[in-house]
Design a protein around this ligand. Structure first.
Ligand code: PRX
Length: 641
């Protein structure tokens, strides 16, 4: 392995210092995490790190007697030391749209909005929904909530009205911030009217008192008198100072909904003190943070990556963040490379899907750009193949940059397994090594820890500061989902392989979650949406390998009446129930599904049949109707277009 893969100039931590950190996190855990908490500024510093417990009722407990405010950590302390430093560079997708905010300016904008929210009656512990595209106001809104102790719930712009309604009801959000209309290349997304529809669907369950509309395109949208307010009018009325709420480390900072193996999305609750410590620690260590970095994490703020590495990690560390509203290749291929060159981006953190799409473009696209400002490249959300890793390293990094493949989850709050830049030699295709303090283990089917090389269920033996505390309003579901498969451990839902020397290779989800372009989609969520079509008897959604997206979604549908059923109805049901982003690659209309005698759908077979992987279908004698398999193979072939 070439050393060029490791060293992005002079790394802040040497490999030796990093190894020392791993050792002290393991052997002096309490002291190590107390020391890491000092990356933050506390109103009352914690005297203890963790009293977490994975057994009994499960308690995730970090820095419990500490008090702090996340927005003070991301803003005020930097305003005090370097007010004119750039905190945020924003570029819109249309040429010439650019805004640069210093720490002082960002602080002022956050305070104005925080004052608006307070005036609207938002109290500490209330939920505020943020439904905005990648505009500065989305980040301002998150920090404004944090400032007054409101819990933010960022909602993806691609959710359908039904999907939004479900999350608004569950979180009991009292105020919503939405856009008039959002842009996505040529497309226009009617954010405000979709939100109106969502609130109507909540009916009596809605707690939304106000909808604050951010003018993204300036389009005229219907406004409901008394409820709907214009962002620019509201902030103009407020002062640029707003006292920050004193928050306990265990108070929730935000909820973020993610998919699991049941239909209902779960609102994972992240704490203030533990989460922010983890965001700051991992951002500094994984990306070798330096004061003059321009850090561009391309994730949407509605995903955990956007929370931790667009907003909280880099801003807690006093960094400069790049935020770009548009798509990688719109209006022309290479758009994102131009953003890097124009703004001198030094760290570029994106998804393998983006890398794979860029690889397919003509080589001249990437080669005609300088990209010389780059120091570190990162990927997240799905495995990156060695081929894509090398392309990223050679063509985007021009062979000079460290490449970090980072494995983590919404539940983990921040990166867990990676080859930290400058500290760990990466192995292309492998997530590599657990970070200091991450006690990753592999368990076999009996729940016994595997030692040395092996393959099994990826679990964590100990809590870490970034660990989600609970599922909103449903701690029992939290316990059941993550702590009962392997009692005494946090179960990630992923499988992994470990080499003799401790390097991890993620083998993928072992539950019914499909990862499409790094977006987690629960197959049960899809099936619930399909079930709303009364012409459907039952359905099964499965993931298959997809060249560009990593995994693609395929749905098998058993209609009430063969011959007259229109598969388009399935797409409509999914678009309405979940969102257009979850519309499948392919729908197969079939007579029946393969089931065991006890009626359980054998998804393994469906996955293989849909992927045309007909080798080793295994023992079919346990099926209620073994003949269905040949019939399904023939049906899939016949319906292939
Ligand atoms: O299966 C793993 C996959 O994405 C899942 C987590 O999805 P989500 O909570 O949406 O968070 C994505 C961004 C942090 C994991 O259970 N995953 C994430 N990163 C990687 C990965 N699979 C392989 N390699 C990765 N680097």
């Amino acid at each position: 392995m070439s050393e060029a893969f490791v060293t992005p100039g002079e790394a802040t931590l040497s490999a030796g210092q990093y190894d020392d950190m791993v050792r002290s996190a393991h052997s002096q855990t309490e002291a190590f995490w107390l020391q890491q908490s000092r990356r933050l500024t506390w109103q009352t510093p914690p005297s203890q790190a963790s009293r977490s417990d994975f057994l009994n009722d499960v308690r995730i407990d970090w820095y419990a007697d500490g008090f702090l405010n996340a927005s003070e950590n991301c803003l005020d302390r930097h305003v005090a030391t370097h007010p004119d430093k750039t905190a945020l560079i924003w570029e819109g997708q249309d040429d010439g749209q650019r805004e640069v905010l210093s720490y002082r300016a960002l602080h002022a904008r956050v305070c104005r909005l925080a004052n608006v929210l307070r005036r609207l009656g938002v109290k500490k512990g209330d939920c505020v929904a943020i439904h905005l595209p990648m505009v500065a106001e989305g980040i301002i809104a998150m920090l404004a909530c944090a400032r007054i102790g409101a819990i933010h719930v960022v909602l993806f712009g691609g959710f359908s009205a039904e999907g939004l309604a479900e999350r608004l009801t569950d979180s009991a959000a009292v105020v919503v911030l939405t856009a008039d209309v959002a842009r996505r290349g040529d497309k226009r997304i009617p954010s405000k009217t979709t939100m109106d529809d969502a609130i109507t669907r909540c009916g009596g369950a809605s707690r939304v008192r106000h909808v604050v509309v951010v003018p993204v395109t300036g389009a005229s949208v219907p406004m409901q008198a008394g409820r709907d307010l214009r962002y620019e009018d509201e902030v103009a009325r407020e002062a640029e100072e707003c006292p920050a709420e004193r928050m306990n480390a265990q108070d929730p900072l935000f909820l973020l909904y993610t998919s699991g193996s049941t239909g209902r999305p779960k609102g994972l609750v992240h704490s203030t003190g533990g989460y922010l410590t983890w965001a700051a620690f991992t951002h500094a260590v994984v990306f070798d943070h330096k004061a003059d970095d321009i850090f561009w994490c391309t994730a949407d703020t509605s995903w955990i990556t956007g929370h931790t590495y667009v907003v909280y990690g880099p801003l807690a560390n006093g960094g400069t963040i790049m935020v770009y509203e548009g798509l990688p290749s719109w209006p022309e291929p290479g758009r994102w490379w131009d953003v890097i060159d124009r703004n001198g981006v030094t760290v570029f953190y994106t998804s393998p899907t983006v890398v794979r799409a860029a690889m397919r473009e003509d080589d001249t696209v990437v080669r005609s750009r300088s990209l010389k400002s780059l120091r570190i490249l990162g990927t997240v959300g799905e495995p990156i193949s060695p081929e894509a890793w090398h392309w990223f390293h050679d063509e985007v990094g021009k062979g000079r940059c460290a490449v970090v493949d980072t494995w983590w989850q919404t539940e983990t709050g921040g990166v867990m397994i990676t080859a930290a830049a400058g500290c760990v030699v990466p192995r292309p295709g492998a997530a590599s090594r657990p970070l200091p303090g991450v006690e990753a283990v592999l368990l076999d089917a009996q729940g016994t820890e595997i030692t040395g090389a092996g393959e099994g269920l990826l679990c964590m033996a100990r809590s870490w500061p970034g660990q989600a505390m609970s599922i909103w309003q449903d701690h029992e579901r939290f316990r059941q989902t993550y702590f009962t498969t392997c009692p005494g451990y946090y179960f990630t839902g992923d499988g992994a392989r470990r080499e003799e020397d401790g390097y991890y290779w993620i083998t993928g989800r072992v539950d019914d979650v499909v990862n499409v372009s790094g977006h987690r989609i629960g197959t049960a969520e899809i099936e619930d949406a399909v079930a709303t079509d009364h012409e459907v008897v039952e359905s099964a959604a499965v993931g298959i390998p997809h060249d560009l997206k990593g995994q693609g979604l395929v749905v098998f549908v058993v209609p009430r009446e063969q011959g007259v059923f229109d598969p388009e109805a399935v797409n409509r049901a999914i678009a309405a129930g979940v969102g257009r982003y979850a519309v499948p690659e392919k729908i197969y209309v079939v007579r029946d599904l393969p089931k065991t005698r006890s009626g359980k759908i054998v998804r393994r077979l469906l996955r293989k049949i849909a992927a045309h992987d007909l080798e080793g279908l295994g023992d079919l004698s346990t099926l209620a109707d073994p003949e269905i398999v040949d019939e399904l193979i023939a049906t899939v072939k016949a319906q292939e277009s």
